[in-house]
Design a binder for this molecule. Structure first.
Ligand SMILES: Nc1nc2c(ncn2[C@@H]2O[C@H](COP(=O)(O)OP(=O)(O)OP(=O)(O)O)[C@@H](O)[C@H]2O)c(=O)[nH]1
Ligand SMILES: [Mg+2]
Length: 302
C-alpha cells in the first residue's frame, strides 16, 4: 500500500526562487503540463507565482494521451479566464515535442503575446512623448519566455524542438535540468529552461500517485511493486481492454494483485521456486505505460 507520496527536495525550493527572480525579466510563461494528467501536473506554486503574468498552457505528451480526452482538455482550458481568476492564461495548445506537431499553434499564441506587448509599448511611448521624455530602448526587445512545469514533463524537449537543435539536456527521468539556461530562437525570441518543480504537500493523495505513474517523481523514493499495483488498479478500471490486450489476458480479476501476477506469468517473470518476480513485472508495467505501449491513456478528465 502506498501512503502519501511527497518529494520536495532542496533544489525545488531553489527553483521556486529562480522562477520568482526571473519572472520580471520575462514577458510570458509557458507552463507545460502532462496531457495524461492535466489536473495533477498543474503545480499550484506556479499558479501562485505567475499570477497576473501572461501564460500559455502547453498540453505536452499528447501523443501518449487519449485523443478524445485531449480535445476535451483543450476545450476546458480554452474556457479558462476571468471566472477562474486565472486571467493571465492567454490560451492552451497541444504540442508533441518529439515531432513538432502543434508548434505552429504555439508560435501563433506567442505572436498574440507579442502584439499585446507592442500595444502596451505604444501606449507607453505615447505617454512618455507627451511628457517629453524618450522611452528607454531596452523595452523594445524580442519576447522573453520562461518555460516551467513539473519534473520530466518535457520542458527541455519543448525548447529543443523550438530551437531546432539539441540545445538542452533531455532525459527520461525527473531532475535532468539542474539550473536555468537561456536559449535563442531564430526569430530572436529568448527561452528560459528551468528545472522541474513540485510543491511541498499533495493535498489529494492521487496527485502524488499520478505524478509518480507518469515519471515526475523520483522512482527511488517509491516501492515500484506498490506503484505498479496502484497503476494496474487504475488501468483495469479505466482502460480494461487495453490492459488485457497488451498483456494477453483473457479476463481481469477484481483484485489488481491477481492481475499483476497474471501479467508476470504471461511475460515469464518467474524466478527459481516458481516465485513471481514482482519487481521486474512492476518495472515492465510502469515503463510500458510511460512509453505509451499499453495505449494512449488519459487518467484524468476535465
Ligand atoms: N512521447 C513524448 N515524449 C516526450 C514529449 N516531450 C518530452 N518527451 C520525453 O519525456 C522525457 C522528459 O523530457 P525532458 O525534456 O527532459 O523533460 P523536462 O521537463 O525538461 O525534465 P526535467 O528537466 O527533469 O524537469 C524524455 O524522455 C523525452 O523524450 C512528447 O511530447 N511526447
Ligand atoms: Mg529539463
Amino acid at each position: 500500500m502506498i501512503e502519501n507520496i511527497n518529494w520536495y527536495p532542496g533544489h525545488m525550493k531553489k527553483t521556486r526562487e529562480l522562477i520568482q527572480q526571473n519572472l520580471k525579466a520575462v514577458d510570458v510563461v509557458v507552463e507545460i503540463i502532462d496531457a495524461r494528467i492535466p489536473y495533477s501536473s498543474r503545480n499550484p506554486i506556479i499558479d501562485d507565482l505567475c499570477k497576473g503574468k501572461d501564460r500559455i498552457i502547453v498540453l505536452g505528451k499528447g501523443d501518449l494521451a487519449d485523443p478524445t480526452s485531449n480535445k476535451d482538455w483543450l476545450t476546458h482550458f480554452q474556457g479558462y479566464g476571468d471566472e477562474d481568476g486565472n486571467d493571465g492564461i492567454v490560451c492552451a495548445v497541444m504540442m508533441n515535442s518529439m515531432t513538432g506537431e502543434g508548434s505552429k499553434e504555439l508560435l501563433k499564441a506567442l505572436d498574440k503575446v507579442e502584439r499585446k506587448k507592442q500595444d502596451t509599448l505604444k501606449v507607453k511611448q505615447e505617454q512618455s512623448a507627451e511628457k517629453g521624455s524618450a522611452l528607454r530602448l531596452r523595452e523594445n526587445r524580442p519576447l522573453r519566455i520562461m518555460v516551467v512545469g513539473v519534473p520530466n514533463v518535457g520542458k527541455s524537449s519543448f525548447i529543443n524542438r523550438m530551437t531546432g537543435k539539441k540545445s538542452t539536456q533531455v532525459g527520461d527521468r525527473p531532475g535532468v535540468t539542474k539550473g536555468k539556461q537561456w536559449l535563442t530562437l531564430k526569430n530572436g525570441m529568448q527561452l528560459l529552461d528551468t528545472p522541474g518543480i513540485l510543491w511541498p504537500k499533495f493535498e489529494d493523495p492521487n496527485v502524488g500517485l499520478y505524478l509518480a505513474f507518469c515519471g515526475s517523481i523520483k522512482d527511488e523514493i517509491i516501492d515500484s511493486a506498490d506503484l505498479a499495483l496502484e497503476l494496474i488498479k487504475v488501468l483495469q478500471e479505466r482502460y480494461p481492454d487495453m490492459l488485457m490486450e497488451r498483456y494477453k489476458l483473457d479476463e481481469l480479476d477484481e483484485d489488481a494483485l491477481v492481475n499483476m501476477e497474471a501479467i508476470a506469468q504471461k511475460r515469464g517473470f518467474i524466478m527459481a521456486g516458481k516465485r513471481i518476480d514482482y519487481e521486474r513485472t512492476a518495472r515492465t508495467v510502469l515503463d510500458e505505460f510511460r512509453a505509451g505501449k499499453i495505449g494512449r491513456i488519459t487518467l484524468e478528465l476535465p
